[in-house]
Structures are given as C-alpha cells and as structure tokens.
Design a binder for this molecule. Structure first.
Ligand SMILES: [Zn+2]
Length: 287
C-alpha cells in the first residue's frame, strides 16, 4: 500500500510511511549476496537540523518544525530506521496476553550481529513498557534514539486508524515522549517521526517549539502486517537510492512479524551494492 503524498506549506512533501495500520507490498525477493566489513558508527549528541525556535518576532518559516525526507543523493549511504509503535490498543493486547511482546529482540539481535547502525524512533508508551530495553539500546553505540510521539495517534484528521491528537495537545504529546527519552538516554537525539507519516502545516507550526526535526522517508519498508519476509526485502531493494531513509518497524508482534527475517537479506544486498549503512545523523553529516 502506498500512502498518499501530503504537502505542507507548499515546500514539504512526505511520501509514504509503513506504520501500524500498513499493509505489505507484494513482490518477489532479490538475491542476497555476501556481506561487507562492519561500519563504525559515529555518535553525535543531540543532532538536529536548524531547530525551529518559534520565538516572538521569528520569521514564519522558522515557526515550522523542519522536515527531513532523505539525505544527500551524491553519497552511497542509506539510513535504515525502525519505529517502535505502541498504541492504547496494542497495550491492551499486551496486557491481555494476546501478544507476548512488542519488542522485536530478534531484529535488534540481527542488527547487532551484522553491525548495522540504525536510528530508532520510540513512542513514549513503548519506553514506559520497556525502560530497561530502551536504556540498553541507548547504550549501544550502533544505535541512536529519537521519538515517535507518546501513544502513536495521528497529527492530521483521518490518519488511517490512528485517531487524531487535538491541536492544543500536539506539543504536549510530543514533549511527553521527549521527556521520557531524555530520562533513559543521555545522548537522545532530537529526531522525531510522525505516526503514519501524517502531518500538515498546522502540525508543523504547533510542534515548532518542541525543538525536534521530523524525519520522514523516501522508502517505506511495508513491513507492517506483512505476511512474509520476501515482499519486504523486494520493496526496500527496489526503491533505495543514494541518501535514502528507509522506514521499518521494531515492535514485531502481530503488527510487524517478518521484519527480523527481512533485515538480513536487505543489509547484505545493500552492502553488496556498495552502500554504507548509517544513522540519520551520519546521513546528514558532511564529512
Ligand atoms: Zn509508527
């Protein structure tokens, strides 16, 4: 399923995001050749793109949250990103025992085994559910952590089945997740991702004071509610290019059950094609 383009303020276009109400893209797997040497990650404290200030007297364009959809197209680098959704409904499924866990440890283990730097976007509710895991991820130099709102509601009307955060609660919602991340990760980034990729000029304006940069994407992994790993592999490998930001998910469970199986073939093929896998911070760092 491709998500529609959304245009904010005539300048920002977010294409599509795989998310909690996503469906897989059908396809056939590609071959998956050998791996490369691991890439040493570079950690930067609290990176962001020219954070909006929203101070009295600021010009209108600094009153909007900045948005990043991809990195430079002249470098063979790609950022794999993984969102940890947790909604009120998902939490009820956890509490009832219908779902064992919304932490896809097998995926994280695979990233560690393959030495893949990655940027992880965590909802506040997920961090509350898994505080120790969040600390462990924060302490791992492979990963950098950003936020994904508190409880994964939408920031526009009709954001799939995610509901809508009222305008006057948007800033508080995003800040709630930032506060939670800062408690658990002393090196927390100021990267942020909108649930469902849903935003408009109103949301960008309301959230400017949060001081975070929205990280979009140009390649949806389509791992949400996937029925197999192979279509995920094909979806990513068919669409990546220099500077791509790929969205996948790290909550696993019934919402993203095949991401761990897909990530190995994806990583190996991208490295075989000569791509360096990097965090979002590394992607936008000119070296
Ligand atoms: Zn999400």
């Amino acid at each position: 399923m491709s998500w529609p383009k959304r245009v904010a303020s005539g300048v920002l276009v977010l294409t599509l995001v795989g998310c909690s109400d996503n469906s897989p893209t059908a396809g056939v797997p590609s071959e998956t050749p050998q791996t490369h040497a691991p890439v040493a990650p570079v950690r930067t404290v609290r990176p962001t793109l020219a954070p909006a200030q929203a101070k009295p007297g600021a010009s209108s364009n600094t009153n909007l949250m900045p948005v990043l959809d991809h990195g430079p197209r002249d470098k063979k680098q790609i950022a794999l990103t993984f969102d940890a959704d947790l909604t009120a409904l998902m939490r009820r499924r956890l509490q009832s025992g219908k779902v064992k866990s919304y932490y896809n440890k097998a995926l994280i283990d695979e990233l560690r085994t393959l030495h893949v730097p990655a940027t992880l976007f965590l909802t506040g509710m997920w961090m509350e559910q898994y505080p120790q895991v969040t600390k462990e991820l924060a302490a791992d130099p492979l990963f950098e952590l950003g936020t994904h709102t508190y409880d994964h509601r939408g920031f526009t009307k009709n954001c799939y089945t995610l509901g809508t955060v009222p305008k006057d609660q948007m800033l508080a919602d995003v800040r709630r997740a930032i506060v939670e991340l800062d408690k658990l990760d002393p090196q927390a980034t100021r990267w942020f991702r909108f649930p469902g990729g849903c935003y408009d000029a109103t949301a960008l304006h309301e959230l400017a004071p949060a001081g975070v940069t929205a990280v979009g994407l140009d390649v949806p992994g389509a791992d949400g509610f996937a029925k197999a790993a192979q279509p995920i592999v094909k979806q990513v490998l068919d669409h990546v290019q220099n500077g791509s930001i790929v969205v996948l998910h790290m909550h696993g469970g019934d919402n993203a059950p095949y991401t761990a199986q897909a990530v190995g073939p994806i990583v190996k093929e991208l490295r075989a094609r000569g791509y360096q896998l990097v965090t979002v911070t590394q992607l936008v760092s000119r070296r």
